[in-house]
Design a protein around this ligand. Structure first.
Ligand SMILES: *Cc1c(COP(=O)(O)O)cnc(C)c1O
Length: 366
């Protein structure tokens, strides 16, 4: 069987270093807010290219804390609007509604699955305070047009970089292109921990400091509480593990790109739309999405041939039960993507022979 993602095999690649790092933390007797966090935050800030990095409990919290910090800093208040792509993992949107802010959903481009930057301006109102872009599937959503719109209208540009660690836009990493970025280290992400983890990167010193305080009960000083925060910290074991994996991230991304290059070259099927990537730097293939109008048939066809696939994602946010007020809204492109998308197996540990099998099976689809 070709697994969608073989985490055991991915971990085995760095087993020695990871076991050493975990043992170091275990033996140290210090498990939270210690040297491992400090080291990882410094390395990750250097890697992304920002002045600050704050480790937090998970990627959703990273996004929640960015928006909450902007509220505490007086840039926005409950009821203000945040523009966000309509086709994203629910976490991007949950972070907005969790803060009492209003998500304004914007259709993506079918060619890139990223927010359509031609549609943003007409959704901007007096209450718009931020634009959250999502580098979905690992592909860069940023554009000079987005930057210009944010500057012109005074919007904070927030990046959801949960799927795109290491992705580049003209030599700069995603996660450093806007005012602040949320990152996830969920085990299946390109930079994955052994449990939950996340981070906020930013050049804004005040924002970094407010995020750090919020994620530590709202406390800067022990037993003194400035905000009603929560406990949302990155633990020392996770920080040590991802610090090891960070050293290999660029190598792993290169391997992902090589797998993607084979799929892009060798998958040929009139019913299957491959991702369109115009700049090799601008995709780290967290996910390799294909589209097919007979998606469910394609998925069972591949399943019968021992190839695991996933759907990212089966139900768009506006059709979810948790947002009944949007259920009757229509986002045709978003809905088409959710109806047609299928993710092929792709990872730094997939073998050449497994890639052959995926290609042959997809090309044989009937
Ligand atoms: C995974 C993910 C998140 C949330 O990260 P968690 O660490 O799982 O909370 C946010 N946004 C996107 C686009 C994601 O893929």
């Amino acid at each position: 069987m070709v697994k969608y993602l073989d985490l055991k095999k991915i971990t085995a690649k760095y087993a020695k270093e990871i076991h050493d790092a975990v043992a170091r933390v275990v033996d140290s007797g210090w498990y939270l807010q210690g040297e491992e966090n400090k080291r990882f935050e410094q390395h990750y800030a250097e890697y992304i290219g920002t002045r600050h990095c704050v480790g937090v409990a998970n990627g959703l919290d990273a996004l929640i804390w960015i928006l909450r910090a902007y509220k505490e800093m007086g840039f926005m208040k409950a009821g203000d609007e945040v523009l966000v792509p309509a086709n994203t993992y629910i976490a991007s949107i949950l972070a907005i509604t969790d803060n009492g802010l209003k998500p304004v959903l914007i259709e993506p481009k079918l060619s890139s699955y990223q927010i359509d930057d031609d549609l943003i301006e007409k959704h901007i109102t007096e209450r718009s305070k931020a634009l959250m872009i999502v580098h979905l599937y690992g592909q860069c959503a940023y554009s000079d047009k987005i930057k210009a719109l944010c500057s012109h209208y005074g919007l904070k540009l927030i990046e959801d970089n949960a799927q795109a660690h290491g992705c580049l836009y003209r030599g700069r990493k995603t996660g450093s292109l806007g005012d602040a970025a949320g990152h996830s280290f969920y085990p299946g992400k390109n930079l994955g921990a052994f449990g939950d983890g996340g981070a906020v990167t930013t050049d804004d010193e005040e924002l970094a400091s407010v995020v750090r305080t919020l994620a530590n009960y709202g406390s800067e000083k022990k037993y003194v509480f400035r905000y009603t925060g929560r406990n949302s910290r990155l633990d020392e074991i996770q920080a040590a593990v991802i610090d090891v994996k960070l050293r290999y991230l660029d190598q792993d991304i290169e391997l992902r790109k090589q797998v993607a290059a084979r799929y892009l070259q060798e998958i040929r099927h009139p019913e299957i739309q491959l991702p369109i990537v115009t700049d090799r730097d601008q995709h780290v293939y967290h996910i390799f999405p294909v589209r097919c109008s007979r998606r469910d048939a394609l998925q069972s066809f591949l399943d019968n041939r021992g190839i695991q696939t996933l759907i990212h994602y089966p139900i768009p946010p506006h059709k979810q039960a948790c947002y009944p007020e949007w259920n009757n809204m229509s986002f045709p492109i978003t809905e088409q993507i959710h109806r047609e998308e299928l993710s092929l197996p792709l990872s730094p540990v997939i073998t050449g022979e497994e890639i052959d099998r995926v290609i042959d099976a997809v090309n044989a689809f009937h």
